[in-house]
Write a protein that binds this ligand. Structure first.
Ligand SMILES: CC(C)(COP(=O)(O)OP(=O)(O)OC[C@H]1O[C@@H](n2cnc3c(N)ncnc32)[C@H](O)[C@@H]1OP(=O)(O)O)[C@@H](O)C(=O)NCCC(=O)NCCS
Length: 143
């Protein structure tokens, strides 16, 4: 399995993974967000896909924040339901952390309702706040 940057041709299949994990509304919205990688904004998201034998099994996004250039957000970590719990999510998150590590003195931020323990145990993210008692706002400092 390889992790590589998203290409335009992958947008449909990646948004379909979101549709399978969530619903049609998020499928549609994620397709719009994925397209932003090929736009002209200064704050373009970067997406990476996990691919095996030509099949996309998951993807994850990371983007520099306009709040501060040292802050980077991780979002849309999504693995095909049939391929979950095989280590693909870990490989994708490791990839986006590796990309941001090259920037030095950066802070990674993410919001998760379901799996704060996952980010804590495997990547040392810390919860810095709770939102609506259901979301963990988490960060990881990179030196
Ligand atoms: C969450 C997700 C990205 C993890 O990717 P994955 O490839 O399935 O996970 P990995 O195989 O890398 O890691 C497995 C670990 O994650 C945990 N995990 C996976 N999905 C989980 C879930 N929904 N709830 C709690 N733990 C979960 C497993 O228990 C396992 O823990 P362990 O390593 O301590 O045994 C994937 O399950 C997914 O796409 N879920 C639906 C979308 C989603 O919730 N995205 C996260 C938004 S923050």
């Amino acid at each position: 399995m390889k992790i590589r940057p998203l290409q335009k041709k992958d947008i449909k299949i990646c948004s379909e993974i979101v549709g399978k994990n969530y619903n049609n509304k998020y499928q549609r919205l994620s397709a719009l967000e994925l397209r932003d990688m090929f736009g002209t904004s200064q704050f373009k998201p970067l997406y990476y896909v996990a691919e095996e034998k030509g099949k996309i099994l998951g993807f994850a996004g990371v983007m520099q924040s306009p709040m501060d250039y040292s802050v980077w957000h991780i979002f849309w970590v999504n693995v095909l339901p049939t391929e979950q719990k095989k280590g693909i999510g870990k490989k994708l998150v490791s990839k986006v952390i590796e990309v941001v590590k090259k920037k030095k003195d950066a802070h990674l931020i993410l919001l998760t309702a379901l799996i704060p323990e996952y980010y804590k145990q495997h990547f040392s993210f810390k919860t810095i706040d709770k939102i609506d008692d259901s979301y963990d706002l988490m960060s990881l400092a990179i030196k």
